[in-house]
Design a protein around this ligand. Structure first.
Ligand SMILES: O=C(O)C(=O)C[C@]1(C(=O)O)C=C[C@@H](O)C=C1
Length: 375
């Protein structure tokens, strides 16, 4: 079409119809791709082959990028699309694998706080691996699972009890469970462990089968490939092994940590990243008039940062406050971050470019080294 010719409303409508047809075709092809992926997944399950095939993934992406470039479209766009498709393939294959394991064999699981976001994830997960799941939660929303109003008197019906409420209430529930001494495996899934240290200890002392678990992902994760699940031993090795076995069929990496190590790591992984993003978003929001203008003239770094920060500030403020406030390591990490920030600011004011450059280069070297396989 000539550049200077404008479209009539009819022509525009026809082109949009054509785009609808093309999009339908793309979706149909994705459905066909997923069906092939399911067949391959079933073959892997039967033969015991691992779900993930890194070499093949690289081949799929490189092939797609080459083809895109040969057709004059962006190779990067092809990479993004293919990575998304592979991510979903792995999610589907994993879901399929989990539902066939029947790990729970119809045994019963109770999720206290099962209508919260991670509680819901846990309930769906346990259901998928073959447990009969009930939830205990005062929230009024709908659930496909059974609802238990008085969990204290029903405890002995359950083989697994998951505490999926926020941090301080988790501690209270663990104390109550220590008094009631349930027969089943009990674990919390809190993002910090020190606020519930006394509850976990009370459980251990009363001889309960208890450990602590931290799934390091959000409730909407499709498949767990590349994700981590952290396991904390609180003095009952058998309970820890049982909880590990519950997730052994996932593609997630299971990592053992002590309670202290867990919270120290979280002060960096969750604490620092949340703090930096809330500070970034608040500084922008408080700049008033500048926000719309900044959006218009934003750089790619700014856009990427804005996307992460916007996601962080949309989360539950109470939980995010608890993650800072409940961690004894938060003051150390924040003090360290402040020193780094002050140093960088001083290098600007004092025109000390060397300091600035060394900071960037050292950080670059260190972060790159950490990414090397086997590092
Ligand atoms: O080729 C396979 O083994 C697949 O399962 C398909 C597929 C893909 O989506 O292309 C998905 C996962 C593997 O890691 C590699 C490739």
């Amino acid at each position: 079409m000539e550049r200077d010719k404008t479209l009539t409303p009819d022509e525009l409508a026809r082109l949009r119809d054509r785009l609808d047809q093309i999009d339908d075709g793309i979706i149909d092809l994705i459905a066909e791709r997923e069906a092939v992926v399911t067949t391959i997944g079933n073959h892997k399950l039967k033969t015991g082959l691992p779900l993930r095939h890194y070499e093949r993934e690289r081949e799929v992406i490189e092939r797609g990028m080459e083809r895109a470039e040969s057709r004059g479209i962006s190779g990067e766009m092809a990479r993004e699309i293919l990575e998304t498709l592979i991510h979903h393939s792995l999610g589907n294959q994993e879901t399929n694998k989990l539902s066939q394991t029947d790990h729970g064999q119809g045994r019963r699981a109770l999720v206290i706080g099962g209508l919260g976001r991670m509680g819901e994830w846990m309930s769906r997960y346990l259901d998928m691996v073959g447990y009969r799941v009930d939830v205990a939660d005062p929230a009024e929303c709908e659930t496909p699972f059974g609802r238990i109003d008085d969990w204290e008197s029903a405890l002995d019906d359950y083989d697994v009890v998951v505490v999926a409420v926020t941090l301080r209430p988790s501690n209270d529930i663990l104390h109550r469970l220590a008094e009631l001494r349930p027969r089943g495996l009990v674990f919390d899934i809190g993002s910090l462990k020190s606020p519930m240290r006394s509850g976990l200890e009370a459980m251990r002392q009363s001889g309960c089968r208890v450990c602590s678990v931290h799934p390091m992902f959000g409730p909407n994760e499709i498949g767990l490939s590349g994700r981590h699940i952290l396991f904390v031993d609180v003095g009952h090795a058998e309970a820890l092994a049982e909880a590990r076995a519950l997730f052994a069929h996932t593609a997630a990496e299971c990592v053992d940590l002590s309670l202290e190590e867990h919270d120290e790591v979280m002060a960096w992984v969750l604490g620092l990243s949340h703090l930096v993003n809330v500070a970034f978003a608040s500084a922008l929001a408080q700049s008033g008039e500048a926000v719309p203008l900044l959006r218009q003239i934003s750089s790619s770094t700014f856009n990427a940062q804005l996307q992460v920060a916007a996601q962080v500030v949309s989360e539950n403020p109470h939980l995010y406050y608890e993650i800072q406030q409940g961690n004894v390591k938060t003051p150390d990490v924040v003090a360290h971050f402040r020193d780094v920030l002050d140093g960088l600011y001083r290098s600007i004011i004092e025109q000390d470019e060397g300091f600035w450059s060394r900071s960037m280069e050292q950080a670059h070297r260190r972060l790159r080294a950490d990414r090397q396989p086997g590092a």
